[in-house]
Write a protein that binds this ligand. Sequence first.
Ligand SMILES: Cc1cc2nc3c(=O)[nH]c(=O)nc-3n(C[C@H](O)[C@H](O)[C@H](O)COP(=O)(O)OP(=O)(O)OC[C@H]3O[C@@H](n4cnc5c(N)ncnc54)[C@H](O)[C@@H]3O)c2cc1C
Length: 294
Amino acid sequence: MTATLEPGVSLSRCTTIGTGGPAAAYAEPATLDELQAVLRLADREGRPVVVVGLGSNVLAADEGVDAVVVRLRGELAAASTQGDLLVAGGGATNALCLHRARAAGLGGLEFACAIPGTAGGGTRMNAGAYGSDWSSILARALVCTADVADWLAPDALGLSYRHSELVPGQVVARVEYRLAPKPPERVKADVAELVARRKSTQPTTKRTFGSVWKNPPGDVGAGRMLELCGLKGHRVGGAVISPMHANFIENAGGATTADCLALMAEARHRAREQFGVELEHEVVLLGVIEIPDR
Ligand SMILES: Cc1cc2nc3c(=O)[nH]c(=O)nc-3n(C[C@H](O)[C@H](O)[C@H](O)COP(=O)(O)OP(=O)(O)OC[C@H]3O[C@@H](n4cnc5c(N)ncnc54)[C@H](O)[C@@H]3O)c2cc1C
């Protein structure tokens, strides 16, 4: 099986925030064989591998990323049901999975209706909302490296709050979700309610990368904390802390990753000063990139 690597693809095309420079190499494997061929090629070239799903929780360096960036396509982005199981490629979008589940009369994935990512991204991040997360539905995941492909159970993935033990180079090629029978009309009604709730509290029509920070321990969430710091609407260049929800950064036009990082530096500084809290970022940083000291 051959693998083709394309040079210079801009990560601004692969991220929901719309920032980021070029990838050293880019590939879109559509089968397991193609994926492993890409991983072996990256190994031979001595380049790290970065998988991107919908790029909805990543911030990539403006200077670019010296890695083979991989996006799963074809059968690695498809989904179908088998009894109470939903089998999805790592690149299958949550919207597609939810559609397939509803059509088959299966419930359990509704919480993911407002998470604009993929099965692989959800597994890596243990994404969640409304009291559920990936750990509550994941039966097992097929994790690939250049040499092996192993089905791992949730325990082996080490899923906790917005965290898994997956490391760069381990690609979630497929997942199986264990769902439960539920009438399609009820799935539809519950999704409509969750989407309406989401639209009233978060900037769903803006370009963002989801939650910037994990919620710190305690009663005050990161968004509320930054709101109390007076940061809603705070702007650097083309990036602005969402006037609707302070745990989001919006691309208000022409934003760069450096603009986003400057806002993150300000937010972290203010939370430290005002609340004595060290915020931990949820967004994944790609490339040689860090939040500046402030
Ligand atoms: C408007 C908005 C709302 C959001 N709401 C929520 C929410 O309610 N809850 C929540 O948890 N998140 C939320 N997010 C964040 C984001 O959607 C989730 O983290 C999502 O699961 C990321 O999926 P992705 O496929 O886009 O991953 P990406 O953002 O592309 O990648 C995230 C990480 O996962 C890795 N990754 C991606 N695919 C794979 C794979 N196949 N194998 C191995 N690693 C992989 C990447 O390398 C990276 O480290 C929101 C984002 C936006 C923009």
